[in-house]
Ligand binder design. Structure first.
Ligand SMILES: [Zn+2]
Ligand SMILES: [Zn+2]
Length: 160
């Protein structure tokens, strides 16, 4: 068994690498994603969907790639590619990151002890539509540390 590159975990905040930006488009530059799934085993598509997308399996996983295959969550849901380890980089952590109280439970599959509720990004003028808390500008995304999720751009956001 050769070693499989697997630097990221479910819930990690990531950005696309320069190579991936070339493939998928510069419009994703600075966009922060959350890792939704990490797959290191192949399963044919029909079986994969019939079994409700079992954890760790993916119909696009390829053993010869030497890398886990990741699916990503993004606030605008306009990114539909599965990506490899070398297509991702850890989201830049600002020097002054703050850990906010989050309502997300550790039992939630997207909870991350490292990342949940943590941000150093500047605050948005708008509020979270779910909890009313302050939103933060992480790249072109709106992150709510309290919900530990990306949210839609609020109408009174004064930044484009
Ligand atoms: Zn919220
Ligand atoms: Zn904003």
């Amino acid at each position: 068994m050769s070693k499989i590159a697997k630097r990221f975990r479910v819930g990690s905040k990531v950005v696309l690498s320069p190579d991936a930006l070339e493939n998928y488009g510069e419009k994703y530059e600075g966009r922060v994603f959350r890792v939704e799934s990490v797959s290191t085993k192949y399963m044919p598509a029909n079986q994969f969907f019939a079994e409700g997308k079992p954890k760790g399996y993916h119909p696009g996983y390829d053993d010869s790639s030497g890398s886990a295959l990741y699916d990503l969550l993004s606030p605008t849901a306009d990114f539909h590619n599965s990506v490899y380890d070398w297509e991702l980089e850890p989201a830049p952590r600002k020097a002054h990151t703050t850990r906010y109280a989050t309502t997300k439970k550790p039992s939630d599959p997207t909870y991350s002890a490292q990342w949940s509720g943590v941000t150093g990004a500047p605050k948005c003028a708008g509020r979270c539509s779910t909890c009313g808390g302050a939103l933060h500008h992480e790249g072109d995304t709106h992150y709510c540390p309290s919900c530990d999720d990306f949210k839609a751009r609020p109408t009174n956001c004064n930044r484009r």
